[in-house]
Design a binder for this molecule. Structure first.
Ligand SMILES: Cc1ncc(C[n+]2csc(CCOP(=O)(O)OP(=O)(O)O)c2C)c(N)n1
Length: 538
């Protein structure tokens, strides 16, 4: 019996271990959607394609495979720019598939016709048209490319007409199944032992070394990294996207670098180091230029996003380097050289002088961190609250903290929480979002309920795009068009079928969040905050 191109696409995805595709359909993708259903791949129906793409990417990264998002042509496909850009800059593997106008339509047919391949090529690793003649190769290659480090995106189109065509015999079963575990293996031509030896030599001479771990680090190496930095008592910092790769409550943890709260302090700490070790450090996360101005000893296993490898830096396998280091004894003993920075960092959370009437930002983080289990997955949106949580949420386990940082795109937090909850059905999930970001996609709370992905959302309410308001102030500009009126968070939650409450009491916040997480229920908690309080925490 003839296999259609849509059926072959669905089977290839199912065979690659894809269990869910996220999206929002149009008439032109219904056949592929139906084939996915028949192949046992669930369709997670969302309320905006951008949200579906973000949820898919986080879901995929947590499962060690590409997330898949499916949209219609024209407007649905156009809504993919945000998640594809996010996947590109934040290394979250995402395969986007949309419909497209068939090639053999008359040239005068311009309805919903966009140059999608040309638009998405610069932010993806692979773009192709699925046809009856190439379906196996194209789908397999797209899945594999997403998982090559640096992880990223691929974009495929399938027209409704092509979807129905029988697969050409030559195209059947020609492609090997992509295996996420092997495709994500890095090419590591460099000399790992040599790199470890050189690093040990530099550490022997250093008085104030600081290991800075970044996005180009595979969480699979977390155990080795912890053994190394803890066993050698090395001061360690992380960028936001790898929060949790080391235990942030440990004595050797210096802080989060890369534009979060207390960034001036972190930059001072970086400048005070006499050996900066950029372990998988990727400048895509850093909004200043210290990575280019300070001498960094890079330990990279793949090129950073953007492909610029610092001159003279060999690419080496991190696991091999770490194994070689662990086979050695510490070359020196360091006397907590960043103690003063660590003290000042934690003081920031508790300096309430001149605090507003809102809940003190430090209390929000500390109350929730004390109440929720260490395996809680935290997602944030983008804004002042992201800087707060990015710096001060004490991540304790790998892959438990998710934010948009390379792109820094608002409306990430709730979508990421849905993806995380579906990927890790047993993990508690907390989304911390601003009231601006919340109003961009709070309708996905209904999605979360419908697809069985409950999580707790804390909305920091200050009726403003506060990060931008603070930036206006810093530039000594007049306050202008950065405030908005309140939208009742509690009613919004209830309108989506989710329980909501508002509190100004940290204990009530913590116990409500805890109860909801223990009861595996969704809950939205509105917390009034004063935007001026962020000034002190930053
Ligand atoms: C899609 C998108 N639009 C605009 C911005 C610019 N921007 C960054 S933070 C921010 C304010 C976010 O406000 P809110 O969600 O209320 O969070 P808060 O800063 O108040 O914590 C804006 C508009 C962005 N990063 N992403």
């Amino acid at each position: 019996m003839d296999v259609t191109t849509a059926a072959a696409t669905a089977t290839l995805l199912a065979d690659a271990g894809i269990q869910r595709v996220f999206g929002l359909p149009g008439g032109e993708v219904l056949v592929l959607m139906d084939e996915l259903r028949k192949a046992g791949v669930d369709f997670v129906l969302m309320r905006h394609e951008a949200n579906a793409g973000i949820a898919a990417a986080v879901y995929g990264k947590l499962r060690g495979q590409p997330g898949v998002v499916l949209t219609t042509l024209g407007p649905g496909a156009a809504n993919l720019m945000l998640p594809l850009s996010s996947s590109y800059l934040d290394q979250e593997p995402l395969l986007a598939i949309s419909a497209q106008i068939p090639d053999d339509f008359p040239a005068s047919h311009t309805h919903q016709l966009l140059p999608l391949h040309e638009v998405y090529r610069p932010v993806t690793k692979y773009v192709a048209r699925i046809t009856a003649g190439n379906v196996c190769d194209v789908v397999s290659r797209a899945l594999a490319d997403c998982m090559q480090r640096p992880l990223g995106a691929a974009y495929l189109t399938l027209s409704a007409r092509e979807a129905l065509k029988p697969v050409e015999t030559a195209a059947r079963g020609t492609a090997a199944k992509p295996d996420a575990a092997t495709t994500s293996a890095r090419p590591a031509p460099g000399d790992a032992r040599g790199a470890a030896r050189e690093l040990t030599g530099r550490l022997q001479r250093a008085k104030r070394p600081l290991v800075v771990i970044g996005l180009g680090t595979d969480p699979a190496n977390a155990t080795r990294i912890r053994q190394w930095v803890n066993g050698w008592d090395l001061p360690v910092a992380v960028t936001p996207k790898v929060k949790g790769i080391v235990d942030e409550t440990a004595a050797n943890f210096v802080g989060v670098v890369g534009g979060m709260a207390a960034d001036d302090l972190m930059c001072e700490a970086l400048a005070a180091a006499d050996l900066l070790i950029g372990f998988g450090l990727d400048p895509v996360e850093i909004d200043r230029t210290w990575h280019a101005e300070l001498p960094v000893h890079w330990i990279l296993e793949a090129s950073p996003v953007g492909g610029i490898v610092p001159p003279g830096t060999p690419l080496v396998d991190h696991a091999q380097v770490l194994d070689a280091l662990l086979a050695d004894t510490p070359p020196a003993a360091w006397q907590a050289p960043f103690r003063e920075f660590q003290r000042k960092r934690s003081e920031k959370l508790n300096d309430r002088s001149g605090a507003s009437d809102g809940m003190w930002p430090g209390d929000i983080v500390q109350a929730l961190a004390a109440a929720l289990p260490p395996e809680t997955i935290v997602t944030t949106d983008v804004g002042s609250h992201k800087y707060l949580f990015g710096q001060f949420w004490p991540s304790r386990q790998p892959e438990t903290f998710w934010m948009s940082n390379g792109l820094s795109g608002m409306a990430y937090g709730l979508s990421a929480a849905i993806g995380a909850r579906l990927a890790r059905p047993d993990a508690p999930v907390l989304a911390a979002v601003g009231d601006g970001g919340f109003s961009m996609n709070c309708q996905e709370l209904e999605t979360a309920e419908r697809v069985g992905a409950p999580f707790v959302t804390v909305v920091l309410e200050d009726c403003s795009y506060s990060l931008i308001k603070l930036s206006q102030e810093a530039k000594q500009l007049e306050p202008y068009r950065v405030d908005f009126g309140p939208i009742d968070t509690v009613k919004m939650a209830q309108a989506c079928g989710v329980e909501g409450l508002r509190t100004s009491n940290p204990d009530e916040l913590a116990s409500a969040a805890k109860r909801a997480i223990e009861g595996r229920r969704s809950l939205v908690i509105g917390v009034p905050v004063g935007y001026t309080d962020y000034r002190r925490v930053f």
